[in-house]
Write a protein of this length. Sequence first.
Length: 255
Amino acid sequence: MVRQFQKVRYELSTNTCHIESQFQKVRYELSTNTQPASLATEEVVPNYALVDRRRRGPNINKKTSQILEKQPDARITLTRDTYTKKFIGDSAISFATEVGIVMRSFCKMKFHTWEKVAKENKEEIINRLREKFELPHEVLMEYVDEQMRRQWKRTRNIFKDYWKKNGGMTDPQFARSKMKPDCRSEEDWGYLCDYWESDKAKQYAEQMKHNRGKLVIPSRGGSRSIANHKFVMTNEETQMPPAQSSYIISCILIL
């Protein structure tokens, strides 16, 4: 047993010395500005048009998927506030997430405003949403359209933040080469970059920045609506809604 232990210890020490020797060799070659043969590579001149983009995997709405797996033939019912008619509850969160996923996958960004998006494009999005959600009567579809408008605008803002993060304001050519992985197509990305680089877009951005500086109360930035706060704070047993002052104060506290 002792001999076996000594043999193992000797082999380990030998391997350690070999590794240390290799490490010293590589460090010396790097210090003399030469590369080891195993690390030699050809110098590549950056070509922004040929940059290999890492693509993000498919978007999934896990919560919605789990519900539909239990009831394959069913569709999720959306709960609406009695007075505002806005969507509330967990289903509203799942719906907003799904709208964002469908928007990034199927909606063209080659429009300046949501109102100018082609009718057939909007109908395709609605049909995709109907596969998972029980959408309201046509009379109330304006609330669905409003949700889609918000997500479309939010998607464009997210894309612009990504563009700015990659130096869009200082090196637009490089930022253009870094297309956001979940952007629908290179055509859409090119259109957005053209717009962000235009003088019109820059003037508009400066004006919006100036306007935000005048806000007395900052925007909620995507937090719960007042209707959803009211729904969450409603007593489950008595179904009595909270006092108006309660959920309004709750909204103010999250600012």
